[in-house]
Design a protein around this ligand. Structure first.
Ligand code: 6PG
Length: 241
């Protein structure tokens, strides 16, 4: 288990997306067999996803081998703009030769959050081929995450019972924001089963929470572990440079 942090600071959000896209392609190129990527929502990763539709990044990816998963999702109708799935489809998946069977979506409403969580955990277990995560064989090759201004990551919000869940891979998330939006999230053990984690954060409004995360505050985004290092792709404004 690793908690090693690697900081990568770029001039601005566009340069950050270039760096993250380079890293993403190189990470996957070094692996054989099927590949699993867990995606996050947000405007910073959107720039990364858009890059993956274009060269040089696009031609560096073997789309037939990449399986796309989501770290968290809002359980609203499939065509609701708040769906991370819709954002990733619009920015990336509709523009690349991703086989439909490689796209593993978290259910939309009218499925309930609890049913969506149970179904997604079953889907992950089918893909992994076992019901228990083994430290020698991480579930995900890449886990992309963001950090909210309250320190949440995926849909793991400060002070909520889901932070303590160890016996599930996916849970429905308690209300963490106002207004409440029903969510489903991977748990810490599922996130930890990643060969590499990358947080993406841009803009001066991220600086206060990043200061807290990096100084060891008790916040969800500070508690992420992985099989390999945790990369932080930041722009100068977020890093305070
Ligand atoms: C989501 C994720 C959330 C996100 C952070 C940061 O919004 O889908 O639940 O964890 O990654 O809130 O979002 P930004 O990068 O857009 O600020």
């Amino acid at each position: 288990m690793s908690t090693e942090r690697i900081l990568d600071v770029s001039a601005d959000a566009d340069a950050l997306a270039d760096r993250a896209a380079d890293w993403f392609v190189a990470e996957l190129a070094s692996r054989s067999g099927p590949l699993a990527v867990a995606l996050s929502g947000g405007s910073t990763p959107k720039r990364l996803y858009e890059r993956l539709t274009r060269d040089p990044w696009r031609s560096g990816l073997d789309f037939s081998r990449i399986h796309w998963f989501w770290g968290d999702e809002r359980i609203v109708p499939a065509d609701d703009a708040r769906r991370n799935t819709l954002m990733v489809e619009t920015a990336l998946l509709n523009h690349v030769p991703a086989p439909p069977e490689n796209i593993h979506v978290i259910a939309a409403s009218p499925t309930t959050p609890d049913d969506a969580a149970v179904a997604y955990e079953a889907e992950l277990k089918r893909f992994y081929g076992a019901d228990t995560l083994g430290p020698e064989r991480p579930l995900f090759d890449i886990m992309l995450l963001g950090v909210g201004s309250d320190g949440h990551t995926a849909s793991l919000f400060p002070g909520k019972p889901s932070l303590a869940v160890r016996d599930r891979w996916v849970v429905s998330s308690e209300p963490g924001l106002d207004p409440f939006v029903p969510r489903v999230t991977l748990t810490f053990p599922a996130i930890a089963s990643s060969r590499a984690v990358a947080f993406l954060a841009a803009g001066a409004d991220k600086k206060p929470i990043l200061d807290k995360v990096f100084s060891g505050a008790d916040l969800p985004s500070a508690h992420v572990t992985a099989a390999g290092p945790i990369h932080w792709f930041l722009d100068k404004a977020a890093a305070g440079e």
